[in-house]
Design a protein around this ligand. Structure first.
Ligand SMILES: Cc1cc2nc3c(=O)[nH]c(=O)nc-3n(C[C@H](O)[C@H](O)[C@H](O)COP(=O)(O)OP(=O)(O)OC[C@H]3O[C@@H](n4cnc5c(N)ncnc54)[C@H](O)[C@@H]3O)c2cc1C
Length: 433
């Protein structure tokens, strides 16, 4: 186990070479899912010996962390997730990088009717006067990993898990490190948490299949500079090619900024991403309109192919899946990480309810009964959130009269019927259950 006082990455990574080690919980993947779960376990189940293995090196505190999770994207973190981070004591550190979402404006291109959700009106679904907050992933990563370094979690990085063998009392992981830890190492875990992202080789090696729906769309992501202040408004705009989101970001170098997620048809994505900055802005402004004022700048564009990918099994004896390897969603409603954080919170709390038995060694953290209880409690939220993220894009992409009528009626319903709107907002905020 780590010395919690010694947070230097070199010391944290040190494991006796060649020796077989054991822990109660091994988390494979130090991205948003794995790092968040490790923090929640340290908070709710401090007696558990937790190891986190990440194949990429983690830099020292303060420096950028080059993991897939912590790239150039920004994440809309819902009020419910902010509450979870606040319970972990992370809100003061996150607030420094957060742009509050005070209002969400949803609109349909070519129609005047739209829905506006306001934190002042939706008090029950807000946190500290905001519906949520947007944080750049490159800022979120170091906050999570700095906090993790201050816990007793054993962070092993770089450590690529090359294979796992199920045993009667848990799982034997084989991993490869660098430097002194070059060559194959082993670690025995009573509970294996797979958090290695979408298209998980680990799930495949465990024989866990996924159900996939390819949307034939790509999300183009970039940061734009705005002429005027966004005033904490997040815009969601449905267009012929797919939904577009413009999320508030903190001002930088005197420039008002927003994070753009532009969903477009797969066959148009390369052409749009390859446009020169002025042409990109021109096209964007034409489709998005002038709700956020004039767009002055656009940064480099990254693309993410979109699909729905759901693991057919999320728990089995000694194994649990969290994050993208369990469910990878369309980013339209900004739900993927928020759902994952609620799953991780649920898992840590489920283990905490059995803390005494775990401490006395009467049960294992990989006990099937315990994991199934966790899964049953998470099922309803997952079904609602996954359905919400999966059904909106086709409804808003369809230009036929029925679909247009349905979404206009939906927007009208949300505008006119406060209980309906409240339900919608609470689900989106991760506070529905
Ligand atoms: C365009 C876009 C926008 C999004 N916006 C939002 C949003 O606004 N709000 C929201 O809630 N969600 C959003 N999401 C979803 C969010 O990004 C995901 O929920 C999040 O990335 C989940 O991360 P993860 O940790 O499961 O996977 P990953 O980020 O893929 O992390 C997996 C980690 O496992 C490591 N790993 C893999 N294999 C091994 C191995 N064998 N050994 C050791 N380590 C290994 C990898 O190096 C990596 O660090 C968005 C997604 C996209 C695509």
């Amino acid at each position: 186990m780590n010395d919690p006082q010694n947070n230097s990455p070199e010391k944290r990574d040190s494991v006796q070479p060649g020796a077989a080690h054991s822990c109660d919980v091994a988390i494979v993947g130090g991205g948003m899912a794995g790092a968040s779960l490790a923090l929640l376990l340290a908070h709710h189940c401090p007696a558990l010996r937790v190891a986190l293995l990440e194949q990429h090196p983690l830099r020292g505190p303060g420096a950028a962390i080059e993991l897939p999770s912590f790239d150039t994207r920004a994440t809309a973190i819902a009020a419910g997730s902010l509450q979870i981070f606040a319970e972990l004591g992370l809100w003061p550190a996150l607030r420094e990088y957060a742009a509050p979402i005070r209002q969400v404006q949803v609109s349909d291109r070519g129609h005047t009717l739209g829905v506006s959700l306001d934190a002042r009106r939706e008090k029950a679904a807000s946190f500290d006067g905001m519906l949520g907050a947007v944080i750049e992933n490159a800022a979120l990563g170091p906050v999570l990993h700095r906090a993790l370094a201050a816990t007793a979690t054993r962070v092993i990085a770089p450590a690529e898990v090359a294979g796992v063998t199920m045993q009667a009392d848990g799982t034997l992981l084989r991993w490869r490190g660098e430097g002194e830890e070059r060559g194959e190492q082993t670690l025995h875990a009573r509970l294996l948490v797979v958090a290695d992202g979408v298209d998980s080789p680990l799930c495949r090696s465990l024989g866990i299949e996924t159900r996939e729906v390819h949307y034939q769309q790509r999300a183009l992501v970039t940061t734009v500079g705005l002429q005027r202040d966004h005033a904490g408004v997040a815009f969601e705009r449905f267009t012929d090619s797919g939904p577009m989101a413009l999320l508030p970001l903190p001002k930088r170098d005197g420039m008002h900024r927003a994070a753009l997620v532009w969903t477009c048809a797969e066959d148009a994505a390369d052409q749009i991403a390859g446009l020169a900055e002025a042409d990109f802005i021109h096209r964007l402004q034409r489709i998005f309109g002038w709700r956020a004022g004039r767009i002055l700048r656009a940064g480099s564009v990254s693309g993410y192919p979109l699909k729905l990918s759901l693991a057919r099994e999320q728990v089995r004896r000694g194994v649990v899946l969290v994050g993208n390897c369990a469910h990878f969603l369309h980013p339209v409603a900004g739900q993927g990480f928020n759902l994952t954080l609620r799953d991780c919170d649920g898992l840590a709390r489920a283990l905490a309810t059995r803390a005494e038995q775990l401490a006395r060694g009467q049960i294992s953290p990989g006990e099937l009964d315990l994991l199934q209880t966790y899964w049953r409690e998470r099922q309803q939220d997952q079904l609602l959130t996954i359905g919400f993220s999966d059904r909106i894009p086709p409804l808003f992409a369809a230009r036929n009269l029925f679909a247009q009528g349905a979404r206009q009626a939906g927007m009208l319903g949300l505008t006119l019927a406060p209980p309906l709107r409240a339900g919608f907002v609470r689900q989106a905020a991760g506070l529905a259950l």
